[in-house]
Design a protein around this ligand. Structure first.
Ligand code: UT7
Length: 332
């Protein structure tokens, strides 16, 4: 029997209006626009403003954008997965609210959290449901409101992160396009290097945890940087070897956007031309679960049926990995 492959058949996105530029950050912390640009590649990022808005606000809009662009009947969606490190609430799934708001009333839904690898892992889960033959339409949305846990007096973290959401639809494909292979890993010994320590079961909120700023992201940047570079490149390389792919056959590197120097280092392992490396970190910064789907949205017009894409991500946990996927449609 022919194996069912799971292909991405539509994309959508949402970005908040407010633009936080490097120049504005110069007035908030002891930094310079030039330092940020040189050390990270970021020029500006989007921030979600307004009372009562969380990750669901952006996820709903990214989902509706995909639905409108693809003429999808939301009632045909079987499953909605929200990849997020910043769910609306500790309890009550963000996905349940999003699914209802977008009209996916025949779907079940759940949140998937693995820091900056959430969307990559979500791709694996979504594809596996499709490949099993159990479901036909899985909507995967990556949405993160990083500004909700960033300390805007900490120059080491506030310059990197932004808010945003991106959506993709996975469907069965009968031409063999879609997710071909994956290499996913975690290493819990890395958890102290990138974390939001309080607010969970380990350290529930107290006056002390707030005074000690434990509800904000803490990152030991240099260590995370080192592991991100080696693990993203190693994972991608494993997929190339396993699938007998030579570097010239790769059409696109779709790498998590945390720091341009990490993306450049991953690309240079394969001697990839700059033109094959998707990049939007300059506009959005690190949007955690939204970086990969936002790249697909920004490059959708350039993607061609049959293109070979290598996805790679690294994040807190540590968690990381790579996915090899072939593109299933021409936009125009
Ligand atoms: O998405 C999840 C995964 N996250 C990542 O992959 C992030 C990985 N890490 C990074 O991207 C980088 O480590 C950072 C961008 C966070 C920091 O860049 P770095 O080149 O590693 O800087 P550093 O932390 O080693 O700091 C070097 C110097 C320090 O000064 P001293 O101690 O040498 O005097 C910092 O205090 O740069 C200073 N510094 C800054 N200076 C101006 C740190 N942040 C800033 C800043 N502006 N915003």
């Amino acid at each position: 029997m022919k194996k069912i492959t799971a292909a991405i058949t539509a994309v959508g996105k949402y970005l908040p209006e407010y633009v936080l530029t490097n120049e504005i950050l110069e007035g908030m912390v002891d930094t310079t626009s030039d330092w940020i640009l040189t050390r990270t590649g970021i020029q500006e990022r989007r921030i979600l403003k307004g009372e009562g808005k969380g990750s669901s606000y952006m996820a709903i809009r990214a989902g509706k954008d995909l639905i409108a662009k693809s003429n999808l009947d939301p009632q045909e969606i079987d499953l909605v997965i929200i990849a997020t490190a910043t769910p609306d609430m500790k309890a009550a799934s963000t996905a349940a609210f999003v699914a209802t708001e977008i009209g996916a009333t025949n779907a079940f839904s759940f949140d998937l959290e693995s820091a900056c690898s959430s969307f990559l892992y979500g791709m694996s889960v979504a594809a596996t449901y499709i490949e099993s033959g159990k479901y036909k339409k899985v909507l995967l949305i990556g949405s993160d409101m990083n500004s909700s846990f960033i300390d805007y007096t900490d120059r080491k973290t506030c310059i990197i992160f932004g808010d945003g959401a991106g959506a993709v639809l996975f469907e069965p494909n009968n031409e063999g396009y879609g997710l071909i292979d994956e290499y996913l890993r975690t290493d819990g010994s890395g958890r102290d290097f990138l974390k939001v320590e309080a607010g969970g079961s380990l350290y529930p909120p107290t006056h002390e945890t707030i005074d000690q700023k434990k509800h904000f992201v803490h990152q030991e940047g240099k260590t995370v940087f080192k592991y991100a570079v080696s693990n993203m490149a190693d994972s991608a390389e494993k997929l190339l070897v396993r699938n007998n792919l030579v570097k010239d056959e790769i059409d696109w590197l779709v790498a998590h956007q945390a720091n341009k120097r990490i993306i450049d280092a991953t690309a240079s392992r394969f001697d990839l031309d700059e033109s094959k490396v998707m990049m939007n970190i300059q506009k959005y910064g690190n949007t955690t679960s939204a970086t990969l789907p936002l790249l697909l949205n920004d490059y959708e017009n350039q993607l061609k049926k049959g293109d070979k894409l290598i996805f790679a991500a690294f994040g807190g946990g540590f968690s990381w990995g790579a996915i090899y996927l072939t593109w299933a449609y021409n936009k125009n």
